[in-house]
Design a protein around this ligand. Sequence first.
Ligand code: SF4
Length: 81
Amino acid sequence: MSHIDYENPVLASDLLKQAEDANPNKVDFEKVLKNIDPDNRYKICQECEHFRSSLRQCKKCGCFMPVKVRISWSECPIGKW
Ligand code: SF4
């Protein structure tokens, strides 16, 4: 079990470096995030026959769509966005 080392806190720059090291394909996440349009994705869902509006959930993937549309690498299971 890990513990928090208050004497040597992890710096944000360390975490960023770790994230970069774990990203061998050098995906530009900032660029990816800028290229998504969550509002448009959600609008498509709201007009979709597979959208359960009472729960704001997709019946195909089971996801809670207000969150999923904001995840840059997420996809509609039937390719609508
Ligand atoms: S993710 Fe796709 S299938 Fe699911 S509700 Fe949205 S548009 Fe419809």
